[in-house]
Design a protein around this ligand. Sequence first.
Ligand code: PLP
Length: 437
Amino acid sequence: MTTTNDLVHQLDRQHVFHSWSRQGQLDPLVIAGAEGCRMWDYAGKEYLDFSSQLVNTNIGHQHPKVIAAIKEQAETLATVAPAHANLARGEAAKRILERAPRGFSKVFFTNAGADANENAIRMARSFTGRDKILSAYRSYHGNTGSAIAATGDPRRVPNEFARGHAHFFNPYLYRSDFWASNAEEECQRALQHLRRVIECEGPEAIAAILLEPIPGTAGVLTPPPGYLRGVRELADEFGILLIFDEVMAGFGRTGRWFAFEHFDVTPDLIVFAKGVNSGYVPAGGVVVSDAISRHFDAHMFFGGLTYSGHPLAMAAIVATLDAMREEGVVENAARIGDGVLGQGLERLAHRHAIVGETRGLGVFHALELVSDRERRTPLAADAMNEIKHALLAEGMLPFVAGNRIHVVPPCIIGEDEVEQGLATLDKVLGEVSAKYA
Ligand code: PLP
């Protein structure tokens, strides 16, 4: 029997319970295969992947070296308990530390981004002997107990792990919570606000500030110059640890290995996942500073899962990071972001009244859509849905969140593919601008 879109769709709808959705309203897109920045269905319809799936396929789809490494590892040692030393995990940790700043000495591996945040929080609490975690309202840290409690948006449904979490407003000049009219004001007021939150929560009770250097899911919110340095200084003043969640922004997406490198500031713990092996096999982890690592030489660390540091995931990390270095993938993301992509998005913002703001770095951009530019009224959900379907019909896989199109193609994308994507966006934005803006 030949596989068809209908067959796969039917199988899915009969048997699969999806994440983040109302099961009765689903109409999932069928994907049969992929290569590089392209995906296709069983009828041969092709899509340009401008989403990198969930912003994770930094090296593109089906990279031959990564696939070969996974196959080879499967034939050698397909699984092993985390307590054993094994070559792939040692090599993966070594590669990651080569990319980290000085002062980091160990890598703790997890299965994904959320459990990496769980473990970073646990390390911070154990190291400081304090309980509270401060994180930003405009953030996403994952969908497990503490990670979703740290997340700032309303998906933060109360759960038993919400204990010990407090939130603060992070900078977002376009919709400033501080009535700021420029980046300098936004930065200073956001830092004053954070200082007040620390004072009111009790500095001696706060273990860590957990922050995405560039919040991704919340809207690709590049912070104003000086903000992250200011946060670092506040953390140091009060003996609080700083955890950077680099799950989405890390491993090349912003045109640097880590997003925090743009801001000349170093955290105490670096949380990663997604781009570390482009999601070919689930993996995440925490890069641990020398001081915290030394603490756990003498103290028990209560963390770990059966598949922590799974050899297939580790082999995929080694091959991904080697291929990224050999092929200049991070440099490509920087070049594309400064050049054809960044400039192209600026042009779209000038041409279409529906674009309120475009922002980002590397291959990490967002177009914020509005129905009234002056009032900055967010474009309504049904219009955004219409845009999503129009882009799909035109052969583009978009990442749509709230009133934004996140422009987040794989870091390997070439200029021709960027031009093709921009032309699709131009066409669809033109159509909806005429209707809604
Ligand atoms: N942290 C950030 C910044 C993320 O963007 C995400 C996922 O989008 C997570 C954590 C959670 O990662 P995962 O879905 O792999 O658990």
